[in-house]
Design a protein around this ligand. Sequence first.
Ligand code: TXA
Ligand code: MG
Length: 316
Amino acid sequence: MQTTVLDASDAGAIAQAVTLLRAGEVVALPTETVYGLAGDALNPMAVARIFEAKNRPHFDPLIVHVADFAMLETVAVVHDPLVARLAEKYWPGPLTILLPKRAIISDLVTAGSPFVAVRMPADPVFRAVLQSYGSPLAAPSANPFGQISPTEARHVFDGLGGRIPLILDSGNCQHGLESTIVYSENGTLYILRDGPIPMEELAALGPIQHQRHAAAPGQLASHYAPQKPLILVASAADVPSAAGHGFLGFQSGSIEFSAVEILSPTGDLVEAAAHLFAALHRLDAAPVRTIYAEKIPEHGLGRAIMDRLTRAAAKR
Ligand code: TXA
Ligand code: MG
C-alpha cells in the first residue's frame, strides 16, 4: 500500500481523510499529544485495521475520540459528578477518562471491558476531521505496538509507511506525551497513565491515587521502547564509556558521546516532555549501540517522562 503524506492545511486534506474513514480505512492524524491512527470506532472493519496496522494485540483496548459532549453521550455514560467536573475543566484537551460504555461501543474497542476510554481532543486538525466525519473515532498512538509514540508525521511514516493510506502532517505535537488517563470511583480519582496534566493539578480536585498495576495494557512494563537498549543513569558521569553510545540529557550532556540530545537546557519539564519522543527517535536512528538516559526530577510532567523512560528501559 502506498502511504500519502498531506499537509493538513492543504485544500482537501481533511476531506480526503474523511473519505477514507467513510470507506472503513484508517488515517494518521495529529493530536495535541501525539499522532494517532484513527478509524471509525463504530465500524468493526476499521477497528480491526487499526490493530492490524500497528500489530497490536487485541487485548489492548483503544481510546475513543469525540468531538463534543453530544457525541460523548452516544458512547459512554457520564453520571459521576467528579467526571463531569474533569470533563468541563479539561476537555477539549489531553485527558482521557474511563467511563461505562454504551452498547454501540464493541468489545473489540474495549478489549471486552465494560469501560471505554474517551477523550475529546483539542488539536484543530483532529477536531476538523471528527466534526466533518460526525461520528466517534478510535485512535491509538500511530506507532507499531510497543515502540516510541510519534510526535511528527515523519515518525509515523517511518513506523507505519506502506501499511496505512494517509498521514495528515501538521508539524510537531504540542505536548509530545500521550494523554493523562484517569477514572473515578467512589469520589477518588485514579491515574492510570501519567501525562500532560500532572498529578499535582488533578489533586486539587479531590483525593487521588496512582493505579500502577491496572489492567491497562499500555502499562506493560516494556513499552514506548526504542530498538536500541536504553539504560537509565543518574547523570552523564555515571556512564562507563561515552564513545559509541548515545546520551539523552535533561539539561546538559557531554560531547564525548557519539550522539547527544538535550531535553531542556533551562530545565523546563513542559519543554522536556514535548521534545522527549523526537529525541528518542533521533538517538535510535543514530550510529550508537546504547542509549543512556538521564533521570528526570519526578514532579509535575517529570513523573510522566520518567514513566515513559522506565518502560523504554525495561528488558524485552
Ligand atoms: O494521547 C493519547 O491518548 C493518544 C492520542 C492519539 O489520543 N492515544 C494513545 O492511545 O496514547 P494508545 O492506544 O497508544 O494508549 C491508550 C492506552 C493504552 O494503554 C490502553 O491499554 C489504555 O489506554 N486503554 C484504552 N482503553 C482502555 C479501557 N477501556 N480500559 C483500560 N485501559 C484502556
Ligand atoms: Mg500507544
